[in-house]
Design a protein around this ligand. Sequence first.
Ligand code: APR
Length: 178
Amino acid sequence: MIRIAQADITTLSVDAIVNAANQRMFGGGGVDGAIHRAAGPELFEACLKVPEVRSGVRCPTGEARITPGFKLPAKFVIHTVGPVYRDGRHGEPELLAACYRNSLALAAENGCKSIAFPCISTGVYGYPIEDAARISVDTMRAFLSGRDSARPEMEVIFCCFSERDKQVYDNLMKTESP
Ligand code: APR
């Protein structure tokens, strides 16, 4: 099931919230900063324990890593790194889709039945919301229909921060029902 919400993702009582992180997993601004503030300093400690795959990179773009949620209502934080948008012709759509797919797969592996996503890459990383929203919805529908995996029972929330982003998602859900 897919739901669209307008909320601060740190307030949601779901099994997992997704963080739009950076490759170092060092925290940052935007939703990353909000999640670290709400989870408390243990989240930063847990991020540092994630092994580096190469110097300065704990989570390559398009991949996902999981930590506990600590002080958050959510049990887990799934950290994923979206692509920095250039012009959409440098692999950004595939990398963004991989963020959603890999986060969902990691949630399923950890027994999560509900997950909330922010609009990955659409802030500091500059991905146009209309394109990013379409990719996220398409990827989610493929996952929930079982085409990508056998875990269709997950509740997925697209957690929009702004009213405008919510409108984009609402329109997309109306015009393209499964
Ligand atoms: N709850 C939900 N969504 C939020 C919240 C929040 N509390 N705060 C911000 N957002 C939304 C933004 O409005 C935007 O739509 O999250 C979306 C993603 O924006 P960013 O957080 O800027 O993420 P991104 O574009 O993926 O850039 C990631 O920014 O903070 C750094 O460390 C992070 O380097 C990484 C980069």
